[in-house]
Write a protein that binds this ligand. Structure first.
Ligand code: IMP
Length: 213
């Protein structure tokens, strides 16, 4: 079976990608699974640059096909901050309750139309032959007027989706994982893998195609 490494130690992300790639004849491994524990400096200025840095570093180290992602929150009223600095915003160890309240305070009395924001995720796939391909997923929303919800993580309690009338921290994790920026980028990357890895036919898609003929 073809090996595919996802350059993360985050088990939640591993579960999401396993779910989206299930049915494909690949062995999906995390950095933990292959015994790599390194701190890669994410010194890019865009999500894409950071995803590429991570994927290429691990690809060079292992000689395997490697996926890596980078994501964050862009708030239009704050000139797209925190952006690539989402996890480092106000300090890496600062609790998200503080980061979230800070953003809400900065947008105090600002009307809904000007509270637009988005979660962005870029996934990079590096191949041992030196090629790297990226795909992006975006979910558009607004900064809520107050913190709400206890599901999810990070900025979920302030990210409001009008079509669901709640924040991404109010919705069940399964629903968020279906509509998220990461899910969108991963689904696009799945198509790239199908095109670029020989014999990596997706058994689920094949049987669906067969059934519908
Ligand atoms: P990373 O891509 O795991 O490094 O994520 C960067 C940061 O972006 C996270 O630490 C969060 O602050 C934020 N972020 C990314 N995706 C989400 C999400 O789905 N919900 C809430 N915050 C997120």
């Amino acid at each position: 079976m073809k090996k595919l490494i996802f350059a993360t130690s985050n088990e939640g992300k591993m579960d999401e990608i396993r779910d989206i790639l299930k049915g494909m004849p690949i062995e999906l491994l995390s950095l933990k699974d292959i015994g790599i524990d390194i701190d890669i400096e994410e010194n890019g200025t865009t999500f894409e640059e950071n995803a590429i840095i991570k994927a290429e570093t691990i690809c060079k180290l292992t000689g395997e096909i490697v996926l890596a992602d980078d994501s964050g929150l862009e708030v239009d009223y704050l000139n797209k901050e925190p952006g690539v600095y989402s996890s480092r915003f106000l300090g890496e160890d600062t609790p998200y309750s503080v980061k979230n309240n800070y953003i809400i305070d900065r947008l105090k009395n600002i009307e809904m139309e000007r509270r637009s924001a988005r979660f962005v995720c870029v996934i990079a796939c590096s191949f041992p032959n030196g090629n790297t391909i990226t795909r992006e997923g975006i979910i558009e929303g607004y900064i809520a007027e107050k913190i709400s919800g206890s599901n999810g993580f990070g900025y979920d309690p302030i990210f409001y989706l009008p079509e669901y009338n709640c924040t991404t921290a109010d919705m069940p994790t399964e629903l968020k994982n279906q509509i998220s920026h990461r899910a969108k980028a991963l689904k696009k990357m799945k198509e790239v893998l199908i095109q670029h890895i020989p014999n990596i036919e997706n058994r689920e898609i094949q049987s669906e195609d067969f059934d519908s003929k």
